[in-house]
Design a protein around this ligand. Structure first.
Ligand SMILES: NC(=O)CC[C@H](N)C(=O)O
Length: 305
């Protein structure tokens, strides 16, 4: 396995040369495009890693999986899906057009920004502070590693420049889909995107999903089986944004990407995998991550299809 992962990293480094580090959030420009890492956590809790698999990065849209799981555990699926659909969009993750023109009643799915903001608004807590603390504590539980924090610089950078997300949020306020204090919900969303984690953290989360909600490190059940199933399905259809269809064919692993360069993968009944490589393609997915996951899927016969 060590050899296989080293080979992945070599392939990932090669693929990363074609990509660009995200720049629309100024602080993310500091990412090093040559960083590449991968980690696998199997369902017995064994950890295998190569490259920069212990290096922290902001989880960004990978936290859409965490917030959806928490909202599902907090509120139940019926209530969550009263506020958000579960359909792929075919448009970019922060598209306004798709949302307003095609379907103004509720956001298409929880893996695009509009849907994720509505989902975060459903997380229980009496104050924004309590909500973000619950989200951080849940990140600790899912990853099996305590002490997750927010990258304050990325958070501030996003808050200062997040006009697109602000537009989406206020549009949803105007149609009545998103209830509550819009600025507080935006703030929660910006903070959640800035949660720091590494490949091992996201591989462990993938393993929890892969084992239908049991933690591979402790055997403890931390998610309802049904919620793990729902989230894996939505990752398959929507997790790589408007590249989800192609990724399902080329790789076939339920996955979720983030513009910080991470991808979380969950192979049902087999393993969780986390990849890192901040050089992105034009759709906002990590090039190294895609290459490594495609290689792994073929080499280990991991496609679910
Ligand atoms: N694709 C992503 O990772 C997007 C998350 C980013 N924080 C944003 O809201 O634009």
């Amino acid at each position: 396995m060590e050899e296989r992962l080293k080979r992945c990293v070599a392939l990932g480094k090669e693929a990363a040369k074609e990509g660009q580090v995200a720049s629309y959030i100024p602080e993310l420009k500091k990412g090093n495009p040559e960083d590449v890492g991968i980690c696998i956590v199997d369902l017995q809790g064994k950890v295998y890693g190569a490259g920069e698999f212990k290096k922290n990065f902001t989880l960004q849209s990978i936290t859409k999986v965490i917030s959806l799981l928490l909202a599902l555990e907090d509120r139940g699926a019926e209530e969550v899906f009263r506020h958000v659909h579960m359909e792929p969009t075919g448009d970019s993750f922060n598209s306004i057009m798709s949302f307003e023109v095609k379907n103004p009643t509720k956001p298409f799915n929880p893996m695009i920004n509009a849907g994720a903001m509505v989902v975060s608004s459903l997380i229980l807590g009496d104050s924004p502070e309590e909500r973000i603390q619950r989200l951080l504590a849940f990140t600790d539980r899912l990853s099996g590693t305590p002490g997750h924090v927010i990258d304050e610089r990325v958070y501030r950078s996003e808050k200062e420049t997040g006009d697109r997300n602000r537009s989406l949020a206020y549009f949803m306020k105007s149609t009545g889909i998103m209830e509550g204090n819009t600025e507080e919900i935006l703030d929660l969303y910006f903070m959640q995107c800035s949660i720091l984690g590494n490949c091992q953290d996201i591989a462990a989360m993938g393993a929890v999903l892969a084992s239908n909600g049991r933690h591979p490190f402790t055997g403890e059940r931390i998610l309802k089986k049904e919620n793990a199933r729902i989230v894996k399905t939505i990752m398959t259809t929507c997790g790589m944004y408007d590249a989800s269809g192609e990724f399902a064919v080329s790789c076939g692993i339920p996955a979720k990407s983030g513009v910080g360069g991470g991808i979380l993968g969950a192979v049902p009944g087999v393993l969780g995998v986390g990849t890192f490589g901040p050089a992105l393609d034009r759709k906002g997915n990590s090039l190294a991550g895609i290459r490594m996951l495609e290689y792994l899927a073929h080499d280990m016969d991991l496609s679910i299809f």
